[in-house]
Design a protein around this ligand. Structure first.
Ligand code: NAD
Ligand code: UDP
Length: 322
């Protein structure tokens, strides 16, 4: 290992974003420990590192304390898809509150720098558009999304209180909708649902009339932003996302055209408290981290669909590729 290499803990490292982050950290020659309870993560995402002496995979639930010696903590453990975080909402809150407390306690004890993967969901159903970090949000404290939204808001509070009270060196990223290879086929989020549905030739399920908007960031861009934030001097919170905004119906039509023009679009009821629109203001990330996303939606979608295509058996090849 080189002198600049560090021992880095990634919680939730077997999940979608965490496993891509680990790929980058390992490629840079760091020693990486991944903690995961495999709720939405898979060992398969890390199988290529299992024999590497710089890598350690530990099955552990972060709601329980753990003692480790590390220099950096990327704290990502928490289900991110509404389907999964609403499956056991009390557990989601425990993960965000007790889990974040445990990881901040660890950071305090070993003087590790701690990065929290927070979310655009702290803005709730935003009344300000696009959303800058100074916007304080519009979250329903008793709704079905609040186990996640309020959980992350408390996690941010904990991070800043540990910083003020105990001098813990923190970084807080507010991550906007991110997509890419390795999302679960049953993840339930919109890009994976539409890609899997189009590949299987079943209707693409648009919730509501599809006029709600989201802004989609490809995972390699996001990981780049997380690493810049961790190694820079800006504590945050910093928005990390791609400001390229689409209605959900536009996204369905793009994926339909790219993968399977025969697949129908089916409208389903809009879930409770579904945010009407979402777009990051990334001025702060540009100014303080020198970061902005580079992968356009069409290219990111192509790479994502190809990954699903390899995993789903018995599907016809990409129409666009034929
Ligand atoms: P994911 O569900 O793929 O990964 C989460 C990982 O955390 C999984 O491997 C899961 O098994 C693990 N985990 C969950 N609860 C745990 C617990 N109690 N103990 C140990 N491990 C646990 O989700 P993702 O998309 O990779 O998101 C990673 C992080 O980024 C999450 O904190 C999420 O809130 C945040 N985030 C993601 C997005 C996005 O669009 N993907 C947007 C905003 C914020
Ligand atoms: N959505 C949809 N069809 C799906 C899954 C999601 O129309 O099969 C919509 C959902 O109602 C929301 C948007 O797509 O308006 C993004 O949903 P996702 O669960 O991906 O993320 P979040 O709501 O957390 O941004």
């Amino acid at each position: 290992m080189s002198n600049s290499s560090k021992r880095i803990l990634v919680t939730g490292g077997a999940g979608f974003i965490g496993s891509h982050l680990i790929d980058r950290l390992m490629a840079e020659g760091h020693e990486v420990i991944c903690l995961d309870n495999f709720f939405t993560g898979r060992k398969h995402n890390l199988v290529h590192w299992l024999d590497n002496h710089n890598f350690e995979l530990v099955r552990h639930d972060i709601t329980e304390p753990i003692r480790l010696e590390v220099d950096r903590i990327y704290h990502l453990a928490c289900p991110a898809s509404p389907v999964h975080y609403q499956y056991n909402p009390v557990k989601t809150i425990k993960t965000n509150v007790m889990g974040t407390l445990n990881m901040l306690g660890l950071a305090k004890r070993v003087k590790a720098r701690f990065l929290l993967a927070s979310t655009s969901e702290v803005y709730g159903d935003p009344e300000v558009h696009p959303q800058p970090e100074t916007y304080r949000g519009n979250v329903n404290t008793i709704g079905i999304r609040s186990c996640y939204d309020e959980g992350k808001r408390v996690a941010e509070t904990l991070a800043f209180d540990y910083h003020r009270q105990n001098n813990v060196d923190i970084r807080v990223a507010r991550i906007f909708n991110t997509y890419g290879p390795r999302m679960l086929e049953n993840d339930g989020r919109v890009v994976s649902n539409f890609a899997v549905q189009a590949l299987r030739g079943i209707p693409l399920t648009v919730y509501g009339d599809g006029s709600q908007t989201r802004s989609f960031c490809f995972v390699s861009d996001l990981v780049d932003g997380l690493m810049k934030l961790m190694e820079g001097d800006c504590l945050g919170p910093v928005n990390l996302g791609n400001p390229d905004e689409y209605t959900i119906l536009e996204l369905a039509q793009k994926i339909q055209a790219m993968v399977n023009p025969e697949a129908a679009i089916q409208f389903k009821p809009l879930p409770q408290d579904d945010p009407r629109r979402r777009q990051p203001d990334i001025s702060l990330a540009k100014a303080r981290l020198g970061w902005s996303p580079t992968v356009p939606l069409a290219e990111g979608l192509k790479r994502t669909v190809e990954d699903f295509q390899q995993r789903i058996e018995g599907v016809s090849p990409l129409v666009a590729a034929s």
